[in-house]
Design a protein around this ligand. Structure first.
Ligand SMILES: CC1=C(CCC(=O)O)c2cc3nc(cc4[nH]c(cc5[nH]c(cc1n2)c(C)c5CCC(=O)O)c(CCC(=O)O)c4C)C(CCC(=O)O)=C3C
Ligand SMILES: [Fe+2]
Length: 354
């Protein structure tokens, strides 16, 4: 127990564990999302490059082990469970095993958007729905994009990558592209929080990187993994197009920092380490990829701080210690009314104020 909580549940995306899992997994992900069949087959090929195994599951197992070790180090007895939206272990099965308990969900997505926020909250609602009165009561850890546990390791990772490219190189922060319509309602109608949160994180990280290294390294936010039909506008520029523009502009090199991902997901392994790295090699642009936070001890400690913070709030009613390093935080414990709307129509969702 920690405060009112019987368990912590790591809630993640899920990914295939072998070639036979790839298409059924992709069908789970894209059900009702209007993704062209061609894109689906293209992404199946990305997984094919890695034997049909997504890196995300192993990374989540490592994160769970690190969270358990940090909880134990602090003398906290709180079991850690794991449930995914799109592949085994499925959220529904995990929560069915926690009937009648009070659980805290920790989502492996740091920012606000339908894909990183409300879709998880809807899937939590769908997972507890069949359990009726025995359903666990679920809270969710606040978005942690600007928590010191996320910013700190990111500063170090960007600075370390800058040491691998020539002086005068620039930084490109990378995140998952999403449809413009989805970006605009992230955090609430017209709030545009997906882009604003990323830019705030990037600006804060560069402030600290510049303070350590001296000078003012130029940076921008760019995007990877565009999907959807070509007729639908998504966030741009794509990282590959941007690398070409940088080469033409004559910069001596680039650091690519995937702040949209907490670990080396397929987007990082394929879209950056394979595709963008190839683009950079092709045009002769020195390129280094900054590490993701992964199981960095400072990140893991930050997550456990967030778990303790929420347990304190839910047992004592308040805490004054809610660290956040940008003007957009700390994000509220319960998502604001209308946060990260589902543009296909409302669905029941847990962990919000509505
Ligand atoms: C914002 C965002 C995050 C970050 C937040 C978070 O981390 O949750 C994220 C994470 C992830 N996305 C992942 C995989 C996929 N995402 C897809 C499709 C889509 N993602 C979208 C957005 C995001 N996605 C969107 C708007 C779509 C279009 C369909 C729709 O409107 O919903 C598709 C279908 C094929 C395609 O369309 O590309 C796949 C296979 C994996 C697992 C990777 C691995 O295996 O390591 C992870 C962690
Ligand atoms: Fe995705």
């Amino acid at each position: 127990m920690l405060g009112p909580y019987d368990a912590l549940v790591l809630v993640s995306f899920g990914g295939p564990e072998g070639p036979d899992d790839v298409l059924p997994f992709l069908e789970n992900v894209t059900r009702g999302r209007g993704i062209p069949r061609e894109r689906l087959l293209g992404v199946a090929e990305h997984y094919g490059h890695f034997g049909g195994v997504s890196p995300i599951n192993e990374q989540n197992r490592e994160l769970i082990a690190a969270l358990e070790a940090e909880l134990a180090r602090r003398g906290i007895e709180l079991p850690v469970h794991w449930g995914n939206r799109n592949w085994a272990p499925f959220l529904g099965d995990t929560l069915a095993g926690l009937e009648g308990r009070r659980v805290l969900a920790l989502v492996t997505s740091a920012y606000s958007s339908y894909s990183g926020c409300r879709q998880y909250r809807e899937d939590l609602a769908a997972a507890v729905e069949p359990l009726g009165e025995r359903a666990p009561q679920v809270d969710k850890v606040r978005h942690y994009f600007d928590h010191p546990g996320f910013i700190g390791p990111t500063v170090r990772n960007v600075a370390a990558a800058l040491d691998q490219v020539p002086a005068g190189s620039v930084v490109r922060f990378v995140t998952h592209s999403i449809p413009l319509a989805m970006a605009e309602v992230s955090g609430g109608p017209g709030q545009d929080m997906y882009v604003r949160q990323h830019r705030a994180v990037a600006a804060r990280v560069m402030e600290e990187v510049d303070a350590v290294r001296g000078g003012a390294t130029p940076w921008e936010l760019v995007y990877c993994s565009r999907s959807g039909p070509p007729s639908q506008p998504w966030l741009e520029p794509d990282v590959n197009d941007d690398l070409r523009a940088l080469r033409e502009g004559g910069v001596p090199g680039v650091v690519v920092a995937p702040i949209g991902f907490v670990s080396d997901h397929m987007e990082v392994k394929f879209d950056l380490d394979t595709e963008a790295a190839e683009t950079a090699a092709e045009i002769g642009l020195p390129y280094a990829r900054a590490a993701t936070v992964g199981t960095d001890p400072e990140f893991v400690a930050g997550l456990v701080d967030l778990v303790q913070e929420r347990a304190a709030v839910e047992s004592g009613g308040w805490t004054t210690h809610r660290p956040a390093l940008t003007e957009l935080g700390p994000w509220p414990d319960r998502c604001p009314v209308g946060c990260c709307a589902n543009l296909r129509g409302p669905k029941p969702a847990l962990c919000g104020s509505d």
